[in-house]
Design a protein around this ligand. Sequence first.
Ligand code: DX5
Ligand code: ZN
Length: 217
Amino acid sequence: MKIAPSMLASDFANFGPETRRMEQGGADYIHLDIMDGLFVPNLSFGLPVVKAARPYAETPFDVHLMIQEPAKYVQRFAEAGADWISFHLEATGDPAHTAELIRACGVHPALAVKPATPVERVYPYLDLVDMVLIMTVEPGFGGQSFMADMMDKVRLLRGRLLAENKSVLIEIDGGVNEETIAQAAAAGVDICVAGTGVFKAADAGEAIRALKTVAAQ
Ligand code: DX5
Ligand code: ZN
């Protein structure tokens, strides 16, 4: 299991060094939650913060756009240092165009779905994206409880990808901790985002290792 610590739960006064601390702790990706106060009822941080953090770590930046009209900002997030950009299916009228735009910027496109969105709605775009992000909480806030019923969506998608021989990664985001990660592993998740599950631990590296150990059992 790959782990993507969510910087939403980090010490914002030390944002750059916090990305480095996650890298040194064994993070596979650095997850960066971008919120616009419209698509979700919260604000987080934006382009200048991603750009400022970039020199602190070499670990791929996994940027999760929880914003309306993501296509407008794709190029600027690519320039700020994103390696992956997830955008929400619910936030754009033209997911194919948005995915192509991300790809044209040299960034891996990923399609995200909120809990109420059926996973079948991503099927038309599986040739255009490198990852599907299945939300396991309502997007907008860290520290919420894991929605175990979302594992049905993971299993469905995993089956579809196997049947069609497609190498699209499956990521989940929200409520992942040592108690919930086993369900994710069993359902066929490749990457787990973990915010409070990593940052509330005294030793982030220990927390990341513990998550991986449980997932491997
Ligand atoms: C929620 C964000 C998540 C969040 C996860 O909208 O997309 O990435 O930081 O936080 P935890 O792991 O605390 O649920
Ligand atoms: Zn996220």
